[in-house]
Design a protein around this ligand. Structure first.
Ligand code: G6P
Length: 595
């Protein structure tokens, strides 16, 4: 979603804000802006489109000496992506940037309009800065006016506000959207995630919901819970790959080893912070997630039911929140989230906490809101994922769910030592199967040019390969903008097959070790209707028009991970051939921190 940065210090403010926004650009990128306050001069700049447009606008602007500044990169929620709707939003003498949604903005706007305030944008955010200035009319303490403003607004927010009336302070407030304050040699920094802070700051404070205050030079020590920031910058760079997504596909085999490190050994699965007691009395599991994480949750259902013999219910977070589903007392609530900040997942988690359920997060970002809200956590440990289309995070989530299934089975004594050993070996092989073979990549690249047209794609599979088919279709949709759907292959005959003709491309997942013959019959039904079929398998399939061969494997999960990589590369190469920006696909955002 949107990204926020802020700075108080003596270095070049424009550079710091722009560099920070570039680190956050993957979160939302339909417009961007900054505001700089120096010597009581407030300068605001905005541009539609990517940060480079803002940078071009700022060519002749620079700062020297002490000052403060705020910046924002936007992903439209209220109002079109225009310059007027871009942040910072402006009133007479103050500027504000905001992530989230102000639910009661309409009534505040009407009240302020009645008092003569004039609004320039269609956004909810603009009311904050006008309300602040209105409150300041009746009081001479700007923090009091800011606090009164925050007390009035309802919704989710991370807010930074600056004002000529108090020109050395940045006012901040957080509720439901992430916000970090940090200190480095150059001064005090604000950001909505760690990424812009790497290399600049050494100490950070992750603000909590309800936190409100202001910072000025030398104020950092008044904060509580100061922590060191230990993240390596090299993770956040492309390492010579064309796109972050490509780099992230290629690094899966090494980061998945990190996911397993210290957790999987020959004779045992050990998950830190989890023991038999935690699962004592648990009769069922609900897994809640969005997007790609929801697909890994679906894979998790198959694996957990198979190994741990527990009934698993999988829910989309945005559905769960308002459906009044029955919540049982002896249920474990698992959330899966790459970012740990997805608003729907976070709110679903908060909801079940009111029912006192045990909660477990599977997450990639330590200290994220979902991690902090959960009783226990299994970190996926794959490093920063920048490509909007999630790849390595999905792989690690599936691996964690597999480990969790075997772990619960081990603790409940449902599997013996030999079976644990076999699963541990299978996990290691599955991880190795994600190492990209350059010949496979080349083959998919050549093949991709045949799949740039047509009226749509079906991705089909059975069992865990059904959610993998959903994920393959989602990857393609996200970055190629082609129409793609995933189906359980047995469902084709119940409707979707009506679409079959030679311009319908079917990508069929055919694992040798799981229901090969069953999927083959489904493919024959499609072939009889002239559909163009591309099979991914280690086995030749006569009815296929095209084959993508994966190496022979010893388990279906090893095949799962090989096929996952093939699907990721297929989507990548099709999108590149179509000339799309793979890392920043249109209309999408990496982290969706609004409902
Ligand atoms: C956004 C991203 C998806 C992601 C989903 C859930 O829509 O574009 O790639 O799967 O959010 O994100 P999470 O961080 O909770 O896994």
């Amino acid at each position: 979603m949107c990204g926020i940065v802020g700075y108080i210090g003596k270095n070049e403010i424009k550079e710091i804000l722009l560099n920070g926004l570039k680190e956050l650009e993957y979160r939302g990128y339909d417009s961007a802006g900054i505001a700089v306050l120096q010597d009581r001069e407030l300068s605001t700049f905005k541009a539609v489109g990517k940060i480079i447009n803002l940078e071009n606008k700022l060519k002749d602007f620079s700062t020297q000496g002490f000052g403060i500044g705020i910046g924002h990169t936007r992903w439209a929620t209220h109002g079109k992506p225009t310059e007027a709707n871009a942040h910072p939003h402006i009133a007479e003498f103050s500027n504000v940037v905001h992530n989230g949604i102000i639910e009661n903005y309409q009534e505040i706007k009407e009240m302020l309009q009645a008092k003569g305030h004039h609004f320039l944008s269609q956004t909810d955010t603009e009311v904050i800065v006008h309300l602040f200035e209105e409150n300041l009319k009746n009081c001479d303490d700007s923090f009091k006016a800011f606090k009164k403003t925050i007390d009035t607004i309802k919704g989710a927010y991370a807010i930074l506000l600056i004002s000529k009336k108090d020109s050395t302070k940045i006012f901040y407030a957080k509720n439901g959207s992430p916000l970090i304050i940090a200190r480095g040699e150059g001064g005090i920094y604000f950001a909505s995630s760690d990424a812009p802070l790497i290399g600049l700051a050494q100490e950070v404070v992750y603000l909590e919901d309800g936190d409100i205050g202001f910072m000025q030079e030398g104020d950092f020590d008044k904060l509580q819970n100061i922590q060191p920031l230990n993240i390596n910058k090299s993770f956040a760079q492309k390492d010579g790959y064309r796109y972050f997504m490509e780099k992230e596909i290629y690094e899966q085999h090494s980061v998945l080893l990190e996911t397993m490190m210290g957790r999987v050994s020959e004779d045992r699965i050990a998950l830190e912070n989890l023991d038999r007691d935690f699962f004592e009395g648990i009769e069922s599991i609900t897994i809640c997630a969005c997007g790609t994480s929801y697909h890994s949750a679906m894979v998790g259902k198959y694996l957990l039911e198979r190994f741990a013999k527990i009934r698993v219910n999988v829910v989309i977070a945005s559905e769960f929140r308002y459906a009044d589903f029955v919540i049982k007392e002896n249920e474990l609530f698992i959330t899966i989230s790459q970012s740990g900040e997805t608003a729907d997942t976070l709110e679903a988690l908060k909801l079940v906490k009111k029912h006192h359920l045990k909660t477990l997060a599977i997450c990639n970002v330590d200290n994220s809101s979902i991690v902090r809200e959960s009783d226990r956590v299994i970190l996926t440990r794959v490093g920063i994922e920048k490509g909007v289309a999630s790849t390595k995070a999905f792989a690690s989530q599936v691996l964690v769910l597999w480990m969790l299934g075997v772990f619960i089975a081990q603790e409940k004594k449902l599997i013996n030592a030999q079976e644990i050993k076999e699963q541990a070996q299978a996990m290691l092989k599955a991880t190795k199967a994600t190492k990209v073979d350059s010949k496979l990549h080349e083959r998919i690249k050549r093949l991709s040019k045949r799949y740039l047209h047509g009226h749509g794609f079906f991705f089909i599979g059975r069992d865990v390969f059904f959610p993998l088919a959903l994920e393959g279709a989602l990857k393609l949709k996200e970055i190629s903008y082609l129409h793609a759907e995933g189906y359980a292959s047995g469902e084709m005959k119940h409707g979707p097959i009506a679409l079959a003709d030679s311009h319908l491309f079917t990508i069929a997942l055919m694992p040798e070790h799981l229901l090969f013959e069953k999927i083959k019959s489904n493919i024959e039904e499609l072939s009889a209707r002239d559909a163009t079929i591309c099979v991914i398998s280690s086995q030749e399939c006569e009815v296929a028009d095209d084959m993508i061969f994966i190496p022979k494997a010893s388990s279906y999960m090893e095949e799962f991970f090989s096929m996952m990589v093939a699907l990721q590369i297929l989507a990548l190469e099709i999108a590149i051939k179509l000339g799309n920006d793979v890392d920043m696909p249109r209309n999408l955002a990496k982290s969706v921190t609004v409902e």
